[in-house]
Design a protein around this ligand. Structure first.
Ligand code: SAM
Length: 275
C-alpha cells in the first residue's frame, strides 16, 4: 500500500497545463487517499483519469467552503485521509483551501504538502528578473480605479513583483503598470506556461504594453505578469523628473508639465503629479 497515512490532509499541487507535470508522489497520494476534495470535480476528472486515479471526489469551492470544511474535518478526525487539489497548480495560491487548511491545523490534523506546479514560480524561473526576493501580489482589483491605486502603492517596491491576470484585462493592466511604474521599468509577460502556445516576452513596460495592446494573440490564455522592483536607476529618474517638473510648472499647467517631465526623464507621470 502507499505511503498515505490515515487522518492526514494532503495538499497536492496539480499541473498548470501539461498533464504530465504531476509528480509520482502526487499520483501515489491521490490514489491512496479515501477522498479527494477538488475545486471543480468535472474539471479535475480528466486529469485523474489520465493518471488512472479512481479515488472518489467531493467538491470544495469558494461557494461551499464553509460547510464543506466542517464535513471534511469530521472525516479527517474519524481517521480518513483526504487530499486537497484545485483546478490547476498549488491549492491556496489564488485558489480555495485556506479555510480547510486552517481548520484542519486548528483541529490538530497533520497537513502534508505534495509540492508541484505553481504559475508564479514557473514564470519567475524563466523571467530573468531578480529572483532572490520577490512579492506575490495575486490578482489586481478588476476595477480600473482600485487597480491603479494598488499599483501606485507598489511603485516604490524594490523586490520583483508577480501578478496573476486574466487574459481579457492584460492589456489594460500593462498600461496601468506603465503609468504607475514608468515606461522604462523591465517587465515580463509569461503566457500559457507548459502549454502549446507558451510565450515569455521580456521588455520595458512601455514597449510591452504597446505590443500587447496591438496584438490580440498576446491577450489570449492564462498569464503571469512580472515587473522588476524599483532600482537605483528608477530613483535617479524620479529625482530628475521632479527637477524637470518643478521647472516646467513655473510656465505650464501641472498636468501638462507632468506629462512633459515624464517624457523627458522616464519617471512615471503619476509619481510626479496625481491629476
Ligand atoms: N493555484 C494556481 C497556481 O499555483 O499557480 C493559480 C490559480 S489562479 C485561479 C489562475 C491564474 O494563474 C491564471 O489567471 C493565471 O494568471 C495563472 N496561471 C495559471 N496557469 C497558468 C499558465 N499555464 N500560464 C500562465 N499563467 C497561468
Amino acid at each position: 500500500m502507499s505511503q498515505v497515512q490515515p487522518g492526514c490532509l494532503w495538499v497536492v499541487a496539480t499541473p498548470i497545463g501539461n498533464r504530465d507535470d504531476l509528480s509520482a508522489r502526487a499520483v501515489e497520494t491521490l490514489r491512496g487517499v479515501a477522498v479527494i476534495a477538488a475545486e471543480d470535480t468535472r474539471h479535475s476528472r480528466p486529469l485523474l483519469l489520465h493518471h488512472n486515479i479512481a479515488t472518489p471526489l467531493l467538491a470544495l469551492h469558494e461557494h461551499n467552503e464553509r460547510e464543506a470544511v466542517d464535513a471534511i474535518v469530521r472525516r479527517l478526525l474519524g481517521g480518513e485521509s483526504v487530499a486537497l487539489i484545485s483546478d490547476a497548480g498549488t491549492p491556496l495560491v489564488s485558489d480555495p483551501g485556506f479555510r480547510l487548511v486552517r481548520a484542519a491545523r486548528a483541529a490538530g490534523i497533520r497537513c502534508i504538502p505534495v509540492p508541484g506546479a505553481c504559475a508564479a514560480i514557473a514564470a519567475l524561473s524563466v523571467a530573468g528578473l531578480p529572483s532572490d526576493r520577490f512579492v506575490f501580489e495575486g490578482f489586481l482589483p478588476p476595477k480600473a480605479a482600485a487597480r491603479q491605486a494598488r499599483l501606485r502603492e507598489l511603485a516604490g517596491e524594490a523586490r520583483t513583483l508577480i501578478f496573476y491576470e486574466s487574459s481579457h484585462r492584460v492589456a489594460e493592466s500593462l498600461a496601468d503598470m506603465r503609468d504607475a511604474f514608468g515606461a522604462p521599468r523591465e517587465a515580463v509577460l509569461a503566457r500559457e506556461l507548459t502549454k502549446l502556445f507558451e510565450t515569455v516576452l521580456g521588455e520595458p513596460l512601455g514597449e510591452l504594453a504597446a505590443r500587447v495592446a496591438a496584438d490580440p494573440d498576446q491577450q489570449r490564455g492564462e498569464c503571469v505578469i512580472l515587473v522588476a522592483g524599483r532600482g537605483e536607476e528608477a530613483d535617479a529618474r524620479l529625482a530628475e523628473g521632479q527637477r524637470v517638473f518643478a521647472i516646467l510648472r513655473e510656465e505650464l499647467p501641472p498636468a501638462k508639465a507632468a506629462k512633459l517631465a515624464a517624457a523627458i526623464s522616464g519617471a512615471p507621470r503619476k509619481a510626479l503629479y496625481q491629476g
